[in-house]
Design a protein around this ligand. Sequence first.
Ligand code: HEC
Length: 157
Amino acid sequence: MKTKISILLNIILLAVVAFGVNKFIIQGSTAPTDDGRTAVLVAPSEKDYVLAEMRGFLETVQGITAAIGENNMAEIRVLAGKAGEFSPANVPAPLFAKMPIEFKTLGMETHTLFGDLATLAEAATTPAEVSTALGELMLNCTACHSSYRLDLESEPS
Ligand code: HEC
């Protein structure tokens, strides 16, 4: 009897964990939209947080592009290295839970690729190589932008 109850409890616990993993790690909080992208539904402050991150990305890309033109590898190392520093633990947990898995993966991979770019700039390399790597990295920007947008959870379209 005791074993049966404990098996049952384990099954319930597993179901709860599976539900949590599916809801908060894989699915996130999303809605379809009429422009073909998937909306990630967030609170206003969370939207501000993501967009500020994005403007940071654009500043980094701007700085690296300018540095490529000046053959300034030291500057590329600094800028790419900074953008490469990232820990999911720094993202507010409720926001992280709202992002679907593909969104989280693309976002984290983008930071990793900036880290790789810093390493590339450290090795003896040419501006053209950095430019090629930046072009490849930016496929993550365009991939995510063509698939996702941010809508407020209060007014999903
Ligand atoms: C994981 C997904 C993802 C990745 C990767 C990503 N973005 Fe974004 N970005 C978004 C979303 C979502 C928006 C909001 C778009 C919308 O709501 O229409 C956005 C918006 C922006 C904006 C507008 C900011 C504002 O204040 O309105 C800029 C600029 C931007 N991204 C730059 C970049 C650059 C540069 C990269 C690559 C280095 C990048 N993003 C990578 C998802 C991403």
